[in-house]
Design a binder for this molecule. Structure first.
Ligand code: ASP
Ligand code: MG
Length: 411
């Protein structure tokens, strides 16, 4: 029988009633003749609560125990979903990650899936089971310890199962009815997209859109998994939601498909560093070793052999960055007069595969921000995105103005 993967996010399994409702959706697909693999998140708020417990108990926690604790929310919903389906006379069974087993590497709290054997679940399907409910977000390391895939990781579990089982589709049920041109909470003109290309979704996800975990989009693109985002709160047809697919399948020809933002950015400037070969390596080497995710980088023109180096990173990594740089300074590897952190910035990005073939997108973006009197602090571009760092207090305004300028409300 054809296989469908259905993933239910935290809000879709937040209460017993909602689990029932999700189970009914599963029942509809079973009745159509699919064997279904259901991937569940923890009940909404549960993972945050567990993360809080860890921090309160041990500020410099052991990452293996973090994973043991934080993965547990999904165990509850997996069992409850299986029980609910059984109550509806749908043959169902639950699996925790290690039981499948979802093999990952040992990068605790950010593990990567290495293999998903299908024999275990497939043989149950062959025996008449119709739904395998799998706890999302979890795996098991080569050492046999429980791992987690990073926040939002059950999206990645779902796509990985769809790829491993050759599922016909991977449906991601969430609390919004699809992928929007921007966050509807920021612009009331945000429009739901019928289709979006993998690459655009990948950029939007990594630039701050929270609908899908970035890694899940990467996997879907690599294995060409037909990925759909839709709401678990509405009656659904087969065409509902947003399809994430190959760019050839996307008909709309527009320079920009979406505006993403990220509030949690910081800008750091090393004032007056020596302009010599190897200086960038000696700054960004220690930052990488300290696990700082550097995003945008600017090096100024040098004057009298000295220059300023500016970079952006997530706001919660500022302390770590400061420590890594001051240690490198103490070791004599770099020399700077001052290290200035600006933690009041946000990143706003325009994304679209149409940028490859249409010019003037950057100019239009900068003019729009100028017309609103918004100063740009850092710019970064790729083939299909333009990102700017601006004062956080103008973030909403920038998103709205850009959404208007690129007429994203129009199909
Ligand atoms: N429960 C995990 C989280 O909140 C994984 C997920 O929901 O995707 O991050
Ligand atoms: Mg999520």
């Amino acid at each position: 029988m054809p296989i469908l993967v259905m993933k239910f996010g935290g809000t879709s399994v937040a209460t017993l009633d909602r689990i029932k409702r999700a189970a009914k959706r599963v029942g509809v697909e079973v009745a159509k003749g699919y064997d279904v693999i259901v991937i569940v998140s923890a009940m909404a708020g549960e993972t945050n609560k567990l993360v809080g417990f860890v921090g309160e108990t041990s500020p410099l926690y052991d990452a293996r125990e973090y994973d043991a604790i934080v993965s547990s929310g999904e165990n509850v919903t997996a069992g409850l979903m299986a029980l609910t389906l059984q109550e509806m006379d749908v043959p169902a069974r639950s699996w925790q990650g290690w039981q499948v087993p979802v093999s990952t590497n040992s990068a605790h709290s950010a593990a990567r899936i290495e293999e998903i054997p299908t024999d275990n679940i497939s043989s149950k399907f062959a025996e008449g089971m119709r739904v395998a409910v799998v706890a999302g977000f979890q795996g098991v390391s080569p050492e046999g310890r429980i791992t987690t895939l990073g926040r939002g990781g059950s999206d990645t579990t779902a796509v990985a199962f769809a790829a491993a089982f050759g599922a016909e589709r991977c449906d991601i049920y969430t609390d919004v009815d699809g992928v929007y041109t921007t966050d509807p909470r920021v612009s009331n003109k945000a429009r739901k997209l019928e289709k979006i290309a993998f690459e655009e979704m990948l950029e939007l996800a990594s630039l701050g859109a929270k609908v899908l975990q970035t890694r899940s989009v990467e996997l879907a693109m690599r294995y060409n998994v037909k990925l759909r985002v839709l709401s678990s709160f509405e009656e659904q047809s087969d065409e509902a939601g947003t399809l994430v697919c190959d760019e050839e399948e996307v008909m709309e020809n527009r320079p920009v498909s979406g505006i993403a933002y990220s509030r949690d950015e910081a800008k750091m400037t090393l004032v007056s560093v020596a302009d010599r070969p190897g200086i960038a390596a000696s700054i960004f080497g220690p930052l990488a070793e300290a696990g700082v995710n550097v995003d945008m980088i600017i090096q100024n023109i040098a004057e009298e052999g000295r220059t300023d180096m500016t970079f952006s990173c997530p706001i919660d990594q500022v302390k770590r960055a400061e420590k890594a740089l001051s240690e490198a300074k103490a070791r004599g590897e770099i020399n700077y007069h001052d290290l200035v952190a600006d933690t009041e910035v946000a990143k706003v990005s325009a994304v679209g595969i149409g940028m490859r073939s249409q010019s003037g997108v950057a100019a239009k973006m900068f003019q729009t921000l100028r017309d609103e009197g918004i100063n740009i602090k850092v710019i970064a571009t790729s083939e299909i995105k333009i990102s700017v760092l601006i004062d956080r207090k103008y973030m909403e305004l920038a998103v709205q103005a850009l959404h208007d300028a690129f007429e994203l409300e129009k199909a």
